[in-house]
Design a protein around this ligand. Structure first.
Ligand code: CUA
Length: 340
């Protein structure tokens, strides 16, 4: 009776693996391939052990079953030194076979490229419930979309502004925790192919932990430079309507920043119209079933941020004195704030 719900659960679990860009089973790049290789090795060993044990068990069950007319107690055996040695040594060998590549991989994964001049340095800061990315060599700060040049090592330095989070891009690398200020974690990965990879927070951090997503966008070296240059452009683009611009400054730029204005206490909004998603989970892609145009997503978000990410720190713009029309105006302005 229990088998049916269990099978159904397993089916659901597998169904979750369908999204191309959120799977450790489709590794991209050396770090992810290394973890995948370890997984393959341990699963292969498990399957071989399982087959041998089950074959022996089946043989014993059939060969030594009670036959008709056999009523006496069978011969009693107590202990076997040979067998004891055999089934101590075999697991020991298996542990060594597993341990050698695992330890090697752990050391390789520890290479954070922190002193590598060619590596792109990115400081990652976890916030309830968003991600901040600071390109320290370029003095560029952005949020939610991590843009990286294809094939280059990215040297990460990670911490958190509040509680523990964990930075995880399943198809690119393993997880790494973000700890409170002072305890900085470092690691590195690279993406061998251009594309968009989904990242997630992997440490329970509050009611919207499950929505704490981000994207890694791997682009050509040229496009990366172009992106950096447009992010460094110092002049902020503000709403065209001067009255709306004033409202936007007063209500939004006390926490957010655009270009050279405002502060980075909340996600940096420079070029937000070019991002893959809003709040990490509202996809800017109306060709996808779960996506929508960015303007629509911004309106959803701005009219009630708590409905999208419960417990997030963004105040409701209505409580900041903005009218529905002003909120729509700001959504339209942000949607069109694209990087060229
Ligand atoms: Cu941040 Cu879970």
């Amino acid at each position: 009776k229990r088998l049916l719900p269990m099978t159904a659960m397993f089916g659901l679990f597998l169904a979750g693996c369908g999204r191309e860009d959120l799977s450790v089973l489709r590794p991209q790049g050396p770090q992810a391939e290394m973890s995948y290789g370890l997984m393959e090795l341990s699963i292969s060993i498990m399957i071989v052990v399982l087959l041998i044990v089950f074959t022996i068990a089946a043989y014993v069950l059939i060969r030594f079953r009670r036959k008709p007319g056999q009523n006496e107690i069978p011969e009693q055996v107590e202990g076997s030194i040979k067998l004891e040695i055999l089934w101590t040594v075999i697991p020991l060998i298996l542990v060594v076979v597993l341990a050698v590549p695992t330890v090697k991989a752990v050391f390789a994964a520890g290479d954070d490229h922190a002193n590598d001049k060619d590596a792109i340095k990115v400081k990652v800061t976890g916030h309830q419930y968003w991600w901040e990315f600071e390109y320290t060599d370029y003095k560029v700060t952005t949020a939610q979309d991590l843009i990286i040049p294809v094939g280059k090592d990215i040297a990460f330095e990670l911490e958190t502004k509040d509680v523990l989070h964990s930075f995880w891009v399943p198809s690119l690398s393993g997880k790494i925790d973000t700890n409170p200020a002072g305890t900085i974690n470092r690691f590195s990965f690279s993406a061998p192919n251009e594309g968009v990879y989904r990242g997630k927070c992997a440490e329970l951090c509050g009611p919207s932990h499950g929505f704490m997503e981000f994207k890694v966008k791997s682009v050509s070296e040229q496009d990366f430079q172009k992106w950096i240059d447009s992010m460094k452009a110092p002049v902020a683009v503000l709403p065209e309507d001067p009255a709306l611009a004033e409202k936007f400054k007063a209500a939004c730029l006390t926490c957010h920043a655009v270009g050279d204005q405002g502060i980075n206490n909340a996600p940096n909004l420079t070029g937000i119209g070019s991002r893959e998603s809003i709040a990490g989970i509202l996809l800017n892609d109306d060709t996808r079933e779960d996506g929508a145009p960015i303007e629509e997503n911004l309106k959803t978000w701005l009219h009630d941020p708590q409905s999208v990410k419960p417990g997030n720190l963004m105040p409701n713009p209505k409580d900041l004195g903005l009218s529905d029309a002003e909120i729509d105006g700001i959504a339209e302005y942000l949607a069109n704030y694209k990087l060229d």
